[in-house]
Design a protein around this ligand. Structure first.
Ligand code: F6R
Length: 220
């Protein structure tokens, strides 16, 4: 995984990388911090941000990215949705413009236990652009581990849509742990359905998936 990133970055063909937060990419970001590939010409675009959290809130995704990557590796520019935007529609339109101006060459994804990608929860359209979304109970419960209590977990987020994710030239999805096994099985072996958002990736021509044994354990 790390070698793949290094060789893709060194190829010089990547101008924009799409980035994810959460537990899954932590080792990957550690590797990038240690390896220090030359990212000075690369722009980053994140998948999502919680509604209602300021960029400097310690649970915001902006804060996460600075702590795990941006403070240690120099990039050209960073884009994340603004969790405090006053006008949601305008914020979604702004982010879609960011994506139009910075087409993603290399998109990193994790996956939710319910098959979400970004914060596109079950039922999300495969053509979706940036949206303000309601997080499911399952996602709130999963993310509560980062907060003092589940009540503190923001219930909404801005998320890049599935359509925008599918526009990325290359997608690299990581999944670790048995709590991801059912979603991975559905993503790879199940029928394409909005009920498992990650099945949208079945139609993408360039997806690489990295799994540990537990996440792969239900595959036939
Ligand atoms: C985060 C994101 C989410 C996570 C997913 C898995 O930016 O877009 O889709 O990738 O919720 O989260 P972890 O890695 O914490 O299990």
């Amino acid at each position: 995984m790390s070698e793949l990133f290094a060789s893709d970055i060194n190829s010089g063909n990547i101008k924009t990388v799409g980035l994810a937060t959460g537990s899954t990419p932590l080792d990957f970001y550690k590797y990038v911090r240690e390896a220090q590939p030359d990212c000075k010409a690369i722009t980053t675009v994140n998948l999502d941000e919680y509604v209602g959290l300021a960029a400097d809130h310690d649970q915001s995704y902006s804060y996460f990215m600075h702590e795990h990557l941006f403070n240690d590796v120099a990039f050209a520019k960073h884009f994340l949705p603004d969790g405090l935007a006053k006008d949601s529609a305008a914020e979604c339109a702004r982010y879609d413009e960011v994506l139009a101006e910075n087409p993603i060459d290399w998109q990193l994804l994790g996956i939710g236990g319910n098959g979400h990608i970004g914060f596109n929860e079950p039922g999300a359209s495969f053509e979706g652009t940036t949206q303000r979304v309601q997080l499911t109970e399952e996602t709130l419960a999963a993310n509560a581990r980062f907060f003092d209590s589940i009540e503190e977990v923001p219930t909404e987020a801005y998320s890049m849509g599935i359509g925008s994710i599918l526009n990325s030239k290359k997608i690299v999805l990581l999944a670790f742990g048995e709590e991801k096994a059912a979603a991975i099985k559905a993503m790879i072996e199940g029928p394409m359905t909005n009920e498992v958002p990650a099945t949208a990736l079945q139609n993408h021509p360039n997806v690489t998936v990295f799994l540990d044994e537990a996440a792969a354990s239900l595959l036939t």
